[in-house]
Design a protein around this ligand. Structure first.
Ligand SMILES: [Zn+2]
Length: 133
């Protein structure tokens, strides 16, 4: 084991010597670069990027037009989503109202039927009473 260790240390020493042989002193004018700055957050220009000087018409270049179209598409999707959500909410409300109306109508019907039943029972009772007499 110690032999192996010696060999490895020799190898490292040789490598370090070779590296130091190739070392070149930097010129006087060289200074270390400034530290890396975070990328600036630029916002897109409001103006269109191409203006025809003769006619004064402005338009986007192909790349910007693609970006604008993509943005427009995303906005449209967002709007559609919101619309669908609002409609969903409204349909929930409407279905709840319809259910309430239906229930109310059923209750009314039941009450009416019950009233009829009671009337018939009362009639039968009256008949019975009259038979007894
Ligand atoms: Zn452009």
């Amino acid at each position: 084991m110690p032999v192996l260790r010696e060999g490895l240390l020799d190898y490292v020493e040789m490598v370090c010597k070779q590296i130091s042989k190739r070392f070149v002193k930097p010129p006087d004018w060289w200074t270390a670069p400034t530290e890396e700055a975070s990328p600036p957050s630029l916002r897109k220009p409001d103006l269109m990027c191409f203006e025809d000087k003769k006619t004064g018409d402005s338009r986007y270049c192909v790349r910007c037009q693609e970006e604008v179209d993509e943005e427009e598409r995303l906005k449209e999707e967002e709007r559609e989503k919101e619309k669908a959500e609002a409609e969903d909410k409204r349909s929930v409300k409407e279905s709840a109202r319809a259910r309430m109306k239906r229930k109310a109508a059923e209750d009314k019907k039941k009450k009416a039927e019950k009233g009829k039943d009671d009337e018939q029972k009362a009639k039968k009772r009256r008949i019975k009473i009259s038979v007894k007499k």
